[in-house]
Structure formats: C-alpha cells, structure tokens
Write a protein that binds this ligand. Structure first.
Ligand code: AR6
Length: 178
C-alpha cells in the first residue's frame, strides 16, 4: 500500500527490516544497552556485523523515546537509527514515549539528509505494546511530522506478518480518509 501526503510517500509492506536495500536508513527497535538481543535488533546486528555493536557502545544506554544514529556497516543502508520503545505497562506514558521514538528518529533523519527511512513496528514484539494501539501512534506521529520534513521523501513501515500489515493498511486508509 502506498500513499502520498504533501510530497512524502508512505508505504506499508511485509518483510524483514534488515533486508531493505533501497532505503538510506533503517530503524532499530533497540534495547537500552544497544546490544543485539532478539527480534528486530537481532536481525539488524546479525546483518550489520560486529562494527555496529562497537559503535553503539559510544551511545549506550539510551532512554525510552530517545534515538541515536550510527553507520550501517555490512547492511545495504547508509545509516541505522536506534530507538528504544516503551515496555508496555512499565514505561509511562506509553503513547508519548512511543510517539517520541518515531518523532526523534525522523528528526535525526532530517539532520543527516536522509531521504528514505524504514521503520519496524516498535515495541510490538518483546515489549508487548498492542499492535492496533501502536499502529495508531506510529502513523499519527509520522503524518503530523510531514509538514516539517524537508529531506525525508519516503517512509516505509515494514511489518513482519500479513496480519500486522492488514492492521497498518486499515489504519493508514482510515487516517488518510480513503
Ligand atoms: N523485520 C521486521 N519486523 C520484525 C523483525 C524483522 N526482522 N523481527 C521482528 N519483527 P521486537 P520491541 C517485528 O521484539 O517490541 C529485542 O530483543 C515483531 O514481530 O523486535 O521494541 C531488543 O533487544 C514486532 O511486531 O521489538 C529489545 O530488548 C516488531 O517487529 C526488545 O526486543 C517489534 O518487535 C525490543 O522490543
């Protein structure tokens, strides 16, 4: 599914965040210590190689909602933006912290001249944020940011299952009135 809002393309696809070769940056659903871990972080660190973890140690630990940027190492992407989502039911207020992840990642992308960026569904795996609620926060935050974006021209949401993709598509259609 592809939508264009004020010259910025928003896409929702099913796939692996570590296999998005046409994106200048990908976003990591990181842990506070910026270590490999499982899920998205594990896939990204495996594909990037040990240089990524080494650079990450300069910035760790990070707080929920914060984002930091590194090179992409063996990934096909120039940059990785690492952000720490809230653990649902623990880090509060969850919606604000999750929104901060998307906003701060996009602000870093703007500062680094990034024209295309792919996001996973932050916090919806090990951190147990309910997918529908997290989707609402993710898409609303990105759409709100569009008027401020001068560098970012393409934003891709990469979902790990067909059922997650269905939720994203429905929410994007609802928010964009089509
Ligand atoms: N590509 C795209 N999406 C994925 C992939 C992938 N390769 N792998 C999982 N997902 P999670 P979190 C989906 O757990 O909830 C880690 O251990 C997954 O189905 O990666 O923010 C870190 O080290 C889910 O929908 O991130 C942290 O400790 C979404 O991506 C902690 O988990 C996020 O799942 C972060 O937890």
């Amino acid at each position: 599914m592809i939508k264009e809002i004020s010259g910025v393309i928003i896409e929702c696809v099913m796939g692996n965040i570590a296999d998005q070769p046409d994106m200048m940056a990908i976003v990591n659903a990181a842990n506070a210590h910026l270590r490999p871990g499982g899920g998205v972080a594990g896939a990204i660190h495996r594909a990037a190689g040990p240089g990524l973890e080494e650079e990450c140690q300069k910035y760790a630990p990070i707080e929920p909602g914060q984002a930091v940027i590194t090179a992409g190492y063996n990934l096909p992407n120039k940059y990785v933006i690492h952000t720490l989502g809230p653990v649902y039911g623990v880090d509060k207020p969850e919606a604000k912290l999750l929104s901060d992840c998307y906003r701060n990642s996009l602000l870093l992308a703007e500062q680094h001249g990034i024209d295309s960026i792919a996001f996973p569904a932050i916090s919806t795996g090990y951190f147990r944020y309910p997918l529908e609620q997290a989707t609402d926060v993710a898409l609303k935050t990105v759409i709100e940011m569009i008027p401020q974006l001068k560098q970012v021209k393409k934003i891709r949401f990469v979902l790990f299952s067909e059922s997650d993709l269905v939720v994203y598509k429905a929410e994007l259609a609802r928010l964009t009135g089509s």
